[in-house]
Design a binder for this molecule. Sequence first.
Ligand code: B3K
Ligand code: ZN
Length: 853
Amino acid sequence: MSANIAKRRLDYQRATYQVQQIELEFELHPTATRVLAVSQLQRHVVGADTLWLDGQQLTLVSLQVNGVEWSQKTQNDDGILLSGLPEQFELKVRTVLDPAANSALEGLYLSNGAYCTQCEAEGFRRITFYPDRPDVMAVFTTHIIANDSIPFLLSNGNLIAKHQLADGRVRVSWHDPFPKPSYLFALVAGDFDELCGDFVTQSGRQVALKFYVDKGQGAKATFALEALKRAMRFDEEVYGLEYDLDIYMVVAVDFFNMGAMENKGLNVFNSKFVLADAATATDTDYFNIESIIAHEYFHNWTGNRVTCRDWFQLSLKEGLTVFRDQQFSAAMGSATLCRIDAVKTIRTAQFAEDASPMAHPIRPDVVEEMNNFYTVTVYDKGAEVIRMQHTLLGAEGFRRGMDLYFQRHDGQAVTCDDFLAAMQDANQVDLGQFSLWYSQSGTPELTAKLEQTSTGVQLHLQQQTPATADQPNKQPVLLPLRYELHDANGRIETGILQCSGAQQVFCFDGLKMPVVPVLLADFSAPVKLNYAYQTDELLYLCQHAHDGVARWDAMQQLWSDLVRQSVQQQQIATIPAQMLDVLRQFIQQPLADLAFTAELLTLPGYDTLAEQYAEIPVEMILSALEHYQQQLAETFAADWLALYQRLLPVPYVYTEQQVGLRALRNTALRYLLRCNNTPASLWQQQYTEADNMTDKLAVLQGLVRAGHAETSRMLQQFLQQHGDNVQLFDKHSALVASIGDNSVFGLMDMVAQTALFDWKNPNRVRALYAVFGQQNPAMFHQADGEGYQRLTSVIAKADSINPQLASRLVTPLLSFRRFAPKRQALMRQALEQLSQQQLSPDLSEKLGKALHG
Ligand code: B3K
Ligand code: ZN
């Protein structure tokens, strides 16, 4: 393994020089693009005369300071150190790049023949030698020279010039007036369909909106365009934030490492988060598109106008922007459903990360490869930390803090502490203890007890955070506990407590035991809660709690308790009769929110349950889940059928009401597919008559999950009908990767051999292998270790092509210490084999921590 260099948050030093302006000129060529970068620099640290320029995998042609080829320099694989520099100077660097050979998809690369860039976090150093760090903010002007066969030549900011050159090529120029770090630079050049719209800001400024997608797909960007307008309006209404350039462009490309990228004025998106129509996208796809479009748009203020001082501060922009996109999604649809989704993410992936060798605070202290820290902790736990501030300060207090944050820091690169200081100063509160959420990793555990006293009821709380791989000692954090207390006299008291001590007691006068408590209403803090609920208390809460999340949570808890009993007794525990009664009632009389009812009728997933055990009892969780789903299917067969037949399909439109209808109807279908006497005509009819992908896919998913005999025939038919569309090809791959029996290995091999599969395209690889590793626990954890071997050989192959992709695929293997000895040994062995190869810094960091940390 190569030795990575760990960087530490506390070692931050100011840049010795600031770049005022940079003028870039690209002469595009697939294998030899020439880049000229001319920057104006100004000394920033008194007495300094050296400057570090980051640069990787570049061919340097020349480097001049004030017009003179600079000899006072030392170069290594990561960049160049210049010395003997004057106070002010012009730096002129010429480099040559090979976009066609760039399969890492960082820097300038080709996606289906179109040039595009990805510079966050550290990709700009693959374009030119530059101080590639977010606290160096410059005004960018970009010139792009290309053959006139490429109709769209795009970069950040406003188009300022377009010339025909004597040699027949075209030269276009873009200027972005807002100083920005290099990670927000973008260039796109290609032939696309262009979809145009416009938006008038609240102060009356006209903004041109433009979407660029693969030829022939223009109509499929309509939903994303409308979503963008809704997001723009939302940010004005809720935060008073307006868009600031004359043009906002979104480009969709199929080769992309993540969801999307918020480059100033020129977002680049993974095409699966832009393109949608009823025939190819599901309700979930529509939801994700709206949320990611909003996320990238919201970054224009939280990320671009105010950016991060260094990458340790990533959650400054990501946690905040995820919180903002969650607020937006909640306002566009069912707030409870959005919250349930977010809670699932925390309880599965985030709790797992905190319990893994990769545990880190939302503001990490030590980083080897920055790309490894775009994590569910930085993003989603980061959003929870912002949400807690919103809860503690109230909506108005939070807005005051945001206003002060922009007033103080617009145009700056700042830290998480600056954000907290704005919240604190605007509200005259002390967030000192709260700030531990930024520095401490791990999942706090709250234990609660209620006691009757002479005057009322006491709530005893204990808080404790177990040690994590990165930090042995933990302190109590401040958290808001939103509660509902339902007492013996029918009195209901609600409020928010501030928990801050290792042990605390709160008194509620006038209440009478027995009291049924809701203790984390709306999941008011990202913690684990222990309270010794009785079954009848949980059954009461899932019907009567005021908070929707608490009702869902109570039902989840009932299932978790049953699985836990099964694990303890080593045999499947019986579902209590009253619980079946309550479930029957939800099926027979669905609540007005149909999607919510669907959630109440769905068991917790394997991942949620697994996180509740120190040593994960894989087989028992899986067989309990299987058993209970089968039992619900059979016990309520007639009720499922009646429900299914009552919820008649309607012509497809993506609305909250329709999404709910489809969700509940397809929940019923899922159970029906497990019943022997369900006629094949029922699901066949849905499959052939559905006018939308949500309902078609629901049939296939239901068949896969039920292990139905018709599964493979139907998957083949789907591939034949739709396999020429990449979005649908990926859906097929994901279905194949979820097959719960041994045939999955051969079938995955077949998918990998089809013409459309491409090892260089992360969407293709993830749809097959990330789904296998992360959503098929039965086969991934197959006792003989076949699943581990398969995944590691895929990772080895992917790593030589695209390190970021490989590094994400390895996640499920890192937690090998959580499994019983035999399985643990097989997982470790797979990782050790992998670590014997030449690995990227990305994988080395993770394997190093997992194996030797
Ligand atoms: N900021 C980008 C993520 C970049 C990841 C680099 N490895 C997308 C987002 O969070 O909006
Ligand atoms: Zn983001």
